[in-house]
Ligand binder design. Sequence first.
Ligand SMILES: NC(=O)c1ccc[n+]([C@@H]2O[C@H](COP(=O)([O-])OP(=O)(O)OC[C@H]3O[C@@H](n4cnc5c(N)ncnc54)[C@H](O)[C@@H]3O)[C@@H](O)[C@H]2O)c1
Length: 248
Amino acid sequence: MNLEGRVALITGGAGGIGLAVARRFTAAGASVALADLRQDAAVAAAADFVAHGFRAIGLAGDVSQPEVARALVADTLSAFGRIDILVNNAGFMGRTAPIWELEDKDWHDVLNVDLSSVFYLSREVIPHMRSRRSGCIISISSVAGKEGTPGLIPYSVAKAGIIALTKALGKEVILEGIRVNCVAPGVVTTPLLDQLPPEAVKLMLSKAPMGRFGTAEEVAAVVHFLASDDASFITAQCVDASGGRATY
Ligand SMILES: NC(=O)c1ccc[n+]([C@@H]2O[C@H](COP(=O)([O-])OP(=O)(O)OC[C@H]3O[C@@H](n4cnc5c(N)ncnc54)[C@H](O)[C@@H]3O)[C@@H](O)[C@H]2O)c1
C-alpha cells in the first residue's frame, strides 16, 4: 500500500480519524495537506509531520463554504503540484434532539458541513484528476447513514447522502481513472463523541457487537487501503468499518 509521491488533501485533518489517516498516508510516503476549521491545530499537526521528515502543510477553512473548497484545492496544488487523493473527513454530529425540537439552523449546519462539503470539494478536485486521468476520493460516512440514528436526523441524512454521492460520482468518473469510495464507521473513540450526551454514548456501547468502540487507526487503515493501488478494482462502494454493527 505504498503511496510514495502521492499527494493527499484531508479535511478535518487536525484530529481524530483525519489525523490518523494522515499518519498512515505519510508513513506510506504521501505528502499531506491537513485542512481544518481549527487553524492552530492543523498548522501544529503539519509542523509535527515536517519535524519528523514528512511533507505536510496545514490549511485553515470551513469546508461548508464553496469558496473555501476552491481555496483548499488551489493551495494544495500550489504547495505540492498535484492532488492524488481527497479524503472528505471533516464533520460533526450536531445537536442530539428529536425532530420536533430541531431548528432550521440545526438541519442546515449539519447538512452543509457534513454533506455539501463533500460535493464542493469533489467538484473542485475532479477536473484536476480528470486532466491527469488519475485520482481517488474517499469520504467518511457513518453507520448512522445506513441505519438512521434517532436523535441525529440531520447527521443520519448527511451521512446517507455521502453514500449516494459516492455511488453516483463513482459511476460518473469510472472511465476516467478516478475511484470514489466511502467508509461507514461504527462508533469510534475520538473527540467527536464529546458532542453526545453520556447516556447516548452508553447506549451506543451496548449496541456494539464487539463490546467496544473502534479506533481512529482502524478506520484509517481502511481509508489507506482504499487510497492505495491495492484497491484498484474497488469504486462506487461504501465499505463498512463498524465492528459488525451493520452487516450490509
Ligand atoms: N467518531 C465516530 O464515532 C464516527 C463514526 C462514524 C463517522 N465518523 C465521521 O468521521 C469523521 C471524522 O470524525 P472524528 O470522529 O475524527 O471527529 P473529530 O471531531 O475528532 O474530528 C473532526 C475534525 O473535523 C474538523 N471540522 C469540523 N467541522 C469542520 C468544518 N466545517 N470545516 C473544516 N473542518 C471541520 C474538526 O475541527 C475536527 O478536527 C466525521 O465526518 C464523522 O462524522 C465518526
